[in-house]
Design a protein around this ligand. Sequence first.
Ligand code: KG4
Ligand code: ZN
Length: 327
Amino acid sequence: MATILALETSCDETAVAILRDGELVASEVASQVAAHEKYGGVVPEVASRNHLVHAPRLLEHALDRAKIDIDQVDAFAATSGPGLASSLMIGASIAKGLAIARGKPYLAINHLEGHLLSPFFGEANIRPNVSLIVSGGHTMSIFVRAVGDYEIVGRTVDDAAGEAFDKVAKLLGLNYPGGPEIEKRARAGDAKRFDLPRSMPDSTNFSFSGLKTSVRYLLPKLRGNYLADVCASFQQAVIDVLVQKTLAAARKYDVDLVTISGGVSCNEAFRQQMARACAKDRRELKTAPPSLCTDNAAMIAFAAALQFAKGSASSVQEEIDPNLALA
Ligand code: KG4
Ligand code: ZN
C-alpha cells in the first residue's frame, strides 16, 4: 500500500487527489465552466492559464485535507494524454517537478484508463469486462481483459456523446455543459414525440452528428411547448444507441460484466436503461459514483496506484501526448 498524489488537467477541470492505502483522503476539483461559458466552448489558452492558477492552490488544499506532509507521498502521478497539450503540460510538469524534487517515482496515466477503471474504484480485482467510456471528448467501447490489456471495440466517427448533448443544448438555448440541462428537462418530456435517428445500428462504431443535425432541422418547424419533448426524444436516441452497441459488444466478447464511465454516465435515465438491459441479458453492470464520472483526479490516482502496486513507474522524460492511444 502507498500514498499517491495525482493531478488531472487534460481539459477544463483542474483536479488533485490523494489516495492513501486505497482510501481516497482528498479529491479537489476546480471547474472552469464559468471561464469558458462566454466563448461557447473550451479555449485552450484560457484553460492552461486557469490550471496554473488553480493547481498549486488545490495541491495545498488536498494535502491539508489529507493531513499529510508532501514527504509522505510515495509517488506523483498526472494525466499525460489524451487531451489539450497546453493543459496536460501543466499537471504533468507539476507532478514531474515534485517527483524529481522529492526523489519519488513519477507515473504518467492515460486519461481514458482513468475513466475505464473508475467503476472499480477501491477494488483490487479488475475482472474482464466491456467498458463504455462516454464523455464530452470520447465515446469508446473497449474489451478490458485486465489492467493494461485493452482492445478497442468501437469509437465515435464524429461527435462524442457528451459533445452531442452539449451541441444540442446550445441549439436549444441551454447552458453548458448541456448533459445535465437536457436530462433535467427530459424528465417531463415525451421521448416518443419525435422520431430521431439511431445511426449506424450495425456497426461497432458510433455516430452522433446526424442526430444533432436532425434536431437542428427539426427546431424551426416547431411551435408551442416542445423543449421537454425534444430533450427527451434526443436523450432517448443517444441512450438507445449506447445501450444497444454496448450489449452487442458484451455478447461478442462473452463477458458477464459491463462498465460505464465518463461524464455522460452521470445520466440517470442512461444508467437505468443500461441496468435493465444488462439484467435482462444476465450481465452485471458496474458504474462509478457521479463524482468519479466527470473529470477528476481520484480516478487518475486509482489507475496510478494499480501501476505502482505492480512496481511500474514512468520516466520523467516521458512527454505528454495529446493523442495518447489506449491500445
Ligand atoms: O468526463 P467529462 O467530465 O469530460 C470529458 O472527459 O470530456 O464529461 C463531460 C461531458 C459533457 O459533455 C457533459 O454534457 C456530459 O459529460 N454530461 C452529461 C451529464 N452530465 C455530464 N451528459 C448527459 N447527462 C448528464 N447528466
Ligand atoms: Zn474525461
